[in-house]
Design a protein around this ligand. Sequence first.
Ligand code: CP
Ligand code: NVA
Length: 305
Amino acid sequence: MRHFLSLADYTQDELLDMLKLAIDLKQAWQQGGNEPLLRGKTLAMVFQKPSLRTRVSFDMAMRHLGGDALYLSPNEIGLGKREAISDISRVLSRYVEAVMARVFAHEHVLELARYSAVPVINGLSDFNHPCQAMADMLTILERFGDLKGLNLTYVGDGNNVAVSLLFACARLGLNFTIASPEGYDLPANALAMGEEMAQETGITIRQVRDPHEAVRGAQVIYTDTWVSMGQEEEAEMRKKAFPPYQVNEQLVSEAEPEVIVMHCLPAHRGHEITDQVADGPHSVIFDQAENRMHAQKAILVRLLT
Ligand code: CP
Ligand code: NVA
């Protein structure tokens, strides 16, 4: 039995296999529907934080594949508050075939997995967001036909989304550049892991301060919120540090002409991304959102069949 907690736990071949399956499942769905590959299976979806995409895309993925999904809201089971995580995990394992969890502390999704008798999927933690990065790689693959050798530049906070993108790039052969203000770099342990993974693919990883230097030569520009869920008390401080890192038309014009602009959403328009860019010709943000569903179908099928 495998869990899906971090892209670092998967090989390049395994990730490419999932992306290929996602493409097949997407095509089948577009042509009328998916086979009921997960008939009789139920996914419990545990949320400590709000969500639009993760909640709806997992729910619809299960339905399209003939299975079912249960939404457990932040107040419902009180992960680690009403009940110990180890107990919750062992109880859920008796009812459902898989668990997806969105948590604050990454340790909590690891603990769920440690005690679970069924696969656990990380639906975002404070450390990473692997399902998002799979949807992102699917989106890039659709646009460029290949992943290897592309230059992806992440502009903004070295957060959970940035960590999973680094891991995806390191495993799948995209050069990764991050431009972030001082104090908002990638966590050192994530960078070290990314560098180790990069040895196999030979990609370059760059950390720079200047967003303009960072986007030169980029085929992909990616950004995310300056204030992640759980960081609300830092909002004022962060809003002072990040404005030079806004993805606007000027910055996009400094990248390659065919550049695509990505954002995991929710977007804070006028902060990390302008309306002109989010709604402009380079933006693929809604394809990314749709691809959450297709990428997660592939993850679910690989874990549950
Ligand atoms: N991108 C993403 O995970 O969105 P939600 O927070 O709405 O699930
Ligand atoms: N970095 C953001 C991503 C939301 C999908 C957060 O953690 O809030």
